[in-house]
Design a binder for this molecule. Sequence first.
Ligand SMILES: Nc1nc2c(c(=O)[nH]1)N[C@H]1C(S)=C(S)[C@@H](COP(=O)(O)OP(=O)(O)OC[C@H]3O[C@@H](n4cnc5c(N)ncnc54)[C@H](O)[C@@H]3O)O[C@H]1N2
Ligand code: MOO
Length: 402
Amino acid sequence: MALLPVDEALRLLLDGAVARPAERVALSDAAGRVLAAPLEALRTQPPFDASAMDGYAVRAADVASVPVRLAVIGTAAAGRGFSGEVGAGQAVRILTGAPLPAGADTVVIQENARRLDDGGIKVLETVATGRHIRRRGLDFSAGDVLLEAGRVLDPAALSLAAAANHATLDIVTRPLVAIIATGDELLLPGSEPGPDQIIASNAYGVAAIASAAGARVLDLGIVGDDRAAIAERLADATKAGTDVVVTLGGASVGDHDLVHEVLGSQGVTLDFWKIAMRPGKPLMFGRRDDMRFLGMPGNPVASLVCSQLFLKPLVAALGGRQHEPNLRPAVLGAPMAANDLRQDYVRARIAMKDGVLTATPFSVQDSSMLRILADSGGLIVRAPFAPAADQGDSCTVLMLGA
Ligand SMILES: Nc1nc2c(c(=O)[nH]1)N[C@H]1C(S)=C(S)[C@@H](COP(=O)(O)OP(=O)(O)OC[C@H]3O[C@@H](n4cnc5c(N)ncnc54)[C@H](O)[C@@H]3O)O[C@H]1N2
Ligand code: MOO
């Protein structure tokens, strides 16, 4: 069977993947989440003409020539305005954020006035009409659309929503990703492995990628190479309301690679199995109703690269987020051999050299080797059948990291 090109696999994966329904979330729980609907202002801000400075609310005409003495008839503070009216020859002490009293049309900052013993002031500088006043609605007016649907609630957006008087928001429900590690040889970190056993590592990195893309993650642990046990764990994922099930391992064609068969027996229709990429060739993807199933290869680097390339955009789409892979132009720090039919994601050390992003591929690329993945700032993307390349030739790097 011909291997599916990566782009085609991505297209099949993302087909029909749209934002999950909305849920109401308290503002205090909404940081980093995604707005499900446009957000309108419930009020006007500021709701009144407000002073931007500490000083005196006056009539501009009264301070047209200075120095001039004015009587101070009261105080306007934030939260406690002055209810009277400023008449000719009068001023009101005003503090930042206070409503401008009726009759006043400008503010003299206190640095430009002297307090007199009789309680009045001497204004030392003239000031034009409207100075130091934040007009009603300067920031926004009731009914304005402040934030569009799909907006990630960053700090500014959150405070803006609060200022517009929203205590709760309609937020896209986070997709739930369940992770099932398969393999008789696997034990949890911290265990005492027997001679034929290894430590299960993949779920941790895969979960981190899913969470960073906006998912809730349910780690369903390790299950042996046993059809019934794998089916049972898939049923657990279904009961939990999982959107995307990720299985790790058992994706290939060996006698103990059961995931393909079990998914079929559980009514999952496969969109693809085996793609033209390295690492990650045995990746499979299928659906049953609204649930999606990503069967990832067990090799640790394959599972993490597949998560970067496939799980991340899928979670983003289901979570209503934009996603663009972080691809950068770079130059090769070492020569590379011609590529075969699989699109290659080559672990590379990434550095800036003389202002140029340089990607130096590691000489060994076995897909079991996590250590060089941890040392890789990015992956050089090599198209199928790319010709041999020299040091200094241009290349494209998929940057890793947050
Ligand atoms: N005859 C063929 N053999 C293989 C092919 C092929 O096309 N024909 N593909 C190879 C490729 S490429 C990959 S990748 C692997 C993937 O196979 P599986 O998905 O079936 O993975 P396993 O056999 O279960 O495990 C592979 C390897 O990774 C270790 N592993 C598994 N799960 C974990 C985990 N959660 N944490 C850490 N390490 C894990 C496992 O012990 C194995 O060493 O197949 C090739 N074979
Ligand atoms: O996906 Mo496998 O890791 O290409 O070796």
